[in-house]
Design a protein around this ligand. Structure first.
Ligand code: SF4
Length: 76
């Protein structure tokens, strides 16, 4: 798992701008005109990013394996 790269995607149409993910995945998310976006789309595996995708109240964050496109979080 450590050699994998994850891709963070935010659906800005779904994001409600709560800022919750900025606290959960500290340093990985920012707010841009009231909507979240990843600081870097491609990241090394980090549990805090998976937690942010799992706990976004709008399910606006999708976390994928960058190589395969497999959805890693949230689990639906
Ligand atoms: S937790 Fe979800 S709804 Fe809240 S700012 Fe982040 S992406 Fe947007």
């Amino acid at each position: 798992m450590a050699d994998r790269t994850w891709r963070i995607e935010v659906d800005r149409r779904l994001c409600a701008g709560t800022g919750l993910c900025l606290g959960t995945a500290s340093g990985h998310m920012s707010l841009d005109r009231g909507r979240a976006r990843p600081v870097e789309a491609l990241v090394a595996p980090d549990q805090s990013v998976a937690d942010a995708a799992a706990t976004c109240p709008m399910e606006a964050i999708t976390l994928r394996d960058a190589a395969t496109g497999e959805i890693l979080a949230p689990v639906r």
